[in-house]
Design a protein around this ligand. Sequence first.
Ligand SMILES: [Zn+2]
Ligand SMILES: [Zn+2]
Length: 295
Amino acid sequence: MTETWRLGRGHSPIKGGVLTLAFVALFLVHWQVSVFLQTFFLHRYGAHRQFTMSKGWEKTFHLLTFLVQGPSYLNPRAYAILHRMHHAFSDTPQDPHSPTHQPNFFKMMWRTKLQYEDVKYRRVPIEPRFDGGYPEWPLLDEKLSNMTIAVGWGALWALFYLGFAPHWWLLAFLPFHWLMGPVHGAIVNWAGHEIGYRNFDSDDNSKNTLVFDVLTMGELFQNNHHKWGQSPNFAVRAFEIDPAYQIMRMFGALRIIDMSGAQKSRWEPREARTTRAGAAAVPPALALPAPQDGP
Ligand SMILES: [Zn+2]
Ligand SMILES: [Zn+2]
């Protein structure tokens, strides 16, 4: 490293421009790979077991998640337990992260953090129905997952930026590199239950925020996912695209994962559902009150 590569000093506009683009690309790639591993490995595999993979591939993705999330690596056991509680108690006071039961975004995330740490450090009893069946690797999840190591990871990111970034404003990316896991969780937990449209009626407030989820690799189809919790595909309508599922289809074709026994999500217009429910509930020969709207 020479003096010319330090922040905002000394290098030509072309070199500086290329380097700036490289840092923006690094940020975008880190964001996408990190959120893919969160949705694919921690969520769809670890918490839901929507598909299977060999022990070797499980270890590979576990290690990748540890390396890519780095300072904000999410413990798969704690993630799975909290997430299963989220499904069971969605948007009720027992939900670990419901925007409808918290006064603001920061309070919601703080409460989630406290609950996550209680589960991670085994300070609270866990209901048996939420426990077990998640990936475990004590070396990564316990021995190498502590504040000292997180600070070390964070310092490496900071040194890299301070050493090579051509502009000070690029340092704004640093907190995201440090906190990638919780940042993605926060976006999904807040927006996915607060902003968007609904394909399915339900007791909770889950929403589909984007039709092509470029931000969180499919996680923002919360309304679809709460309806079809065991389906690896979070998109259900023709215009919806779940990017992680497209990558998972490729993994399936390469036999890295097996989705052959997975639940298949589907959608049909509300009128069709109503008609079907009505037809089933009310035989035409009987003069009963008008059928209720189906689920
Ligand atoms: Zn949800
Ligand atoms: Zn889920």
